[in-house]
Design a protein around this ligand. Structure first.
Ligand code: 1PZ
Length: 216
């Protein structure tokens, strides 16, 4: 098929998933403001389903990022499992607060924090990517990673990630693999940047409201 697809591209699917999630968030936020307490909260299964879509991006990155994919996917999978028992994001935090396992490796609350960092990393990569149309994916991703994730990763992980950056596809290869043009990629990346921001802020607030600092 040679028609440039105006159909669903991987990016538009991800973007739409997060826009749908934001639609669920809006009524919740007005409630919180009015009553000053959280009644329901964002549903964990809905959150997981949006996060699951992100995994298609990894197909565009090549073998060096296989480990990032496995890390990300295993964290999302843990939250999917949790969604069978817990209705909302705040439910998992409340339980971990009670058990004092918020930061314990493998806990749902820790995995939620990691997934949130992944979503923010993608947002930052897109932001960098759109700064200039001759900016390489490698430079965009390196700057974004340094800002968003590197401070929270071990030396070994940081070293592996920076080495992996050299294997990233070029800008044009990425557009091709994503089935996007310069114009369509800009539109879709901006939409993701806009939709992910309130979700990320919502998650951060859940921790802050429980007096958990976000320095990890
Ligand atoms: C199109 C854009 C291409 C840019 C590619 C840049 C990818 C950077 C990947 C960073 C991988 C970090 C992998 C390892 C992280 C682990 O240290 C932690 C461990 O958590 P713990 O078990 O201690 O609680 N794992 C994570 O943080 C899980 C999520 C990491 C993956 C985020 C990737 C985001 C998506 C990249 C774009 C597809």
């Amino acid at each position: 098929c040679t028609t440039p697809a105006r159909v669903n591209t991987p990016l538009s699917v991800i973007t739409e998933a997060f826009e749908d999630l934001v639609d669920l968030l809006k009524p919740l936020q007005s409630e919180i403001d009015e009553e000053e307490e959280e009644e329901d909260g964002l549903r964990l299964d809905a959150f997981c389903s949006a996060c699951t879509h992100v995994a298609v991006l990894f197909n565009c990155l090549g073998f060096a990022f296989k480990f990032a994919e496995m890390e990300y996917v295993s964290k999302v999978r843990d939250l999917v499992e949790a969604s069978k028992t817990f209705d909302t994001l705040q439910n998992i935090l409340d339980l971990d607060v009670e058990k004092e396992t918020v930061k314990t490796p493998g806990s749902h609350s820790r995995n939620l924090r990691r997934v949130r960092q992944g979503l923010d990393l993608i947002r930052a990569i897109f932001e960098q990517f759109l700064i200039a149309d001759d900016y390489s994916l490698k430079d965009a991703a390196t700057t974004a990673y340094t800002e968003v994730c590197a401070p929270f990763h071990t030396w070994a992980v940081r070293t592996a990630v920076y080495a992996g950056m050299y294997t990233l596809p070029t800008r044009d290869q990425l557009l091709l693999r994503l089935n996007e043009t310069d114009q369509s990629v800009e539109k879709n990346m901006r939409r993701y940047m806009e939709a992910s921001r309130p979700i990320i802020e919502y998650i951060d607030k859940l921790y802050i409201q429980r007096n958990i600092k976000l320095d990890w």
